[in-house]
Write a protein that binds this ligand. Structure first.
Ligand code: SF4
Ligand code: SF4
Length: 394
């Protein structure tokens, strides 16, 4: 066990914490659980003890002890009960890059052997099946068959200008599959030259970073880059904010990378998607990875406002202050109850606006909010931005 999972910058940043506790005030895990141990400040204190307790000779000279296995496990529990929403980082007045730090701590916990068993499942699924759910990767584009008029080639083409990188959740979860169906129909109707990768698409790597499995990430990234090069594409399109953020942050900038909300704005402005009137009151939930993560705030709002008849109302917490829906950071796999409690607070906030529809730009947010709404029989429509535009196309 060593402290090599942390950069010097991270170690220095930790020393700059002023104990102001602002990070705890905005943490959805803390407010939903009422457990202060899940806050950024508390986690940093625990981490400082772990780091100081290592250190070989110096540790001996200073008389410091490594935390017991039990204490390690307790600390690790707080590390994985976090949605990686980045709200703590957004408000930290001294600018500590907390989200990156949480990824490093997860990596450390995996290397140290103190992590939830579900992580082994994620690793095995990805290693064997190339997707996070352990499904047959050949079935990655099977959702195309659910379309009203599926094309003969299944949108799998040798060459295309644009590659639509669907991501694991949209490919396999029935609730989320409506998103690629909607986007493919929009692209088709607008005459965009695009292709899917089908079974050649591997997970973008985001779940590996969130699970502390950085080593696997490089292999997946190299594979995805090579299959896109083969298609001769200049642009990669994402409806999944986590795929988009991962590509933007960790992949080389070899291709133009575009999120669906940005692509839709361009299509609407160029008159390629004529929109009919929809009589809806809509609010917008900023997905953490798209909003705080990649600062895409305006385009989804532009898309919503472009639809005639739609009344748009903002959430009390919006844009960079938007509160996580509970679906991030693999939290659902580790603590489904906490994830649902966070979703409960989110839905209450949405209902306070009087909107009949909540729109987001993320399949995981759609899944989390839709599951909660259905389970609790709440009269609220949950739509991805692609589904909203698909509806407006008629
Ligand atoms: S990333 Fe989000 S859930 Fe995790 S500690 Fe920060 S505010 Fe809390
Ligand atoms: S907001 Fe930043 S400085 Fe304040 S307690 Fe949290 S980590 Fe420390």
């Amino acid at each position: 066990m060593s402290n090599q999972d942390y950069s010097v910058k991270q170690l220095l940043e930790m020393g700059a914490c002023t104990n102001c506790q602002v990070c705890a005030d905005v943490c959805p895990a803390v407010s939903a659980s009422q457990n202060g141990e899940l806050s950024a400040i508390s986690r940093m204190k625990g981490l400082t003890q772990v780091l100081k307790g290592r250190g070989g000779l110096l540790r001996g000279l200073l008389g410091r002890k490594l935390p017991s296995g039990e204490a390690f496990d307790r600390f690790s529990e707080t590390v994985f009960r976090c949605t990686l929403c980045g709200n703590c980082q957004e408000v930290c007045p001294v600018g500590i890059h907390l989200k990156d730090l949480w990824l490093s701590v997860r990596q450390d916990m995996v290397h140290s052997g103190h992590y939830p068993k579900k992580i082994d499942m994620i690793r095995d699924n990805l290693g064997e099946s190339r997707n996070v759910f352990g499904e047959d990767n050949e079935e990655r584009a099977e959702w195309v068959e659910d379309m009203d008029e599926p094309p003969a080639d299944g949108y799998i083409r040798d060459k295309a200008d644009v590659v639509y990188f669907t991501g694991c959740t949209s490919a396999y979860f029935p609730l989320a599959q409506k998103i690629p169906v909607a986007l493919a129909e929009i692209l088709d109707r607008s005459g965009v030259d695009f292709t899917l990768l089908g079974e050649a698409e591997w997970c973008c790597g985001f779940p590996m970073l969130g699970a502390g499995l950085k080593e696997m990430f490089q292999v997946f990234m190299a594979h995805n880059l090579s299959v896109i090069r083969e298609r001769g594409a200049g642009e990669v399109l994402f409806a999944c904010p986590s795929c988009y953020a991962t590509w933007r942050e960790y992949y080389p900038g070899e291709f133009k990378m575009t999120h669906a909300s940005q692509f839709l704005v361009d299509l609407i402005k160029s008159g390629r998607v004529p929109l009919k009137e929809l009589n809806l009151t809509v609010t917008y939930h900023d997905p953490c990875d798209l909003g705080r993560g990649t600062r895409v705030f305006d385009e989804p709002r532009e898309v919503i406002r472009a639809i005639p008849g739609v009344r748009f109302v903002e959430l009390p917490h919006n844009r960079e202050n938007c509160v996580c829906c509970g679906g991030g950071g693999n939290l659902e796999m580790v603590d489904a109850k906490l994830s649902a409690r966070i979703a409960d607070r989110k839905i209450q906030e949405i209902r306070s606006t009087g909107a009949d529809t909540v729109v987001t730009s993320c399949q995981q947010c759609v899944r989390t909010m839709m599951t909660y709404v259905r389970r609790n029989k709440i009269p609220l429509d949950v739509l991805d931005i692609t589904q909203l535009i698909r509806r407006a196309l008629g």
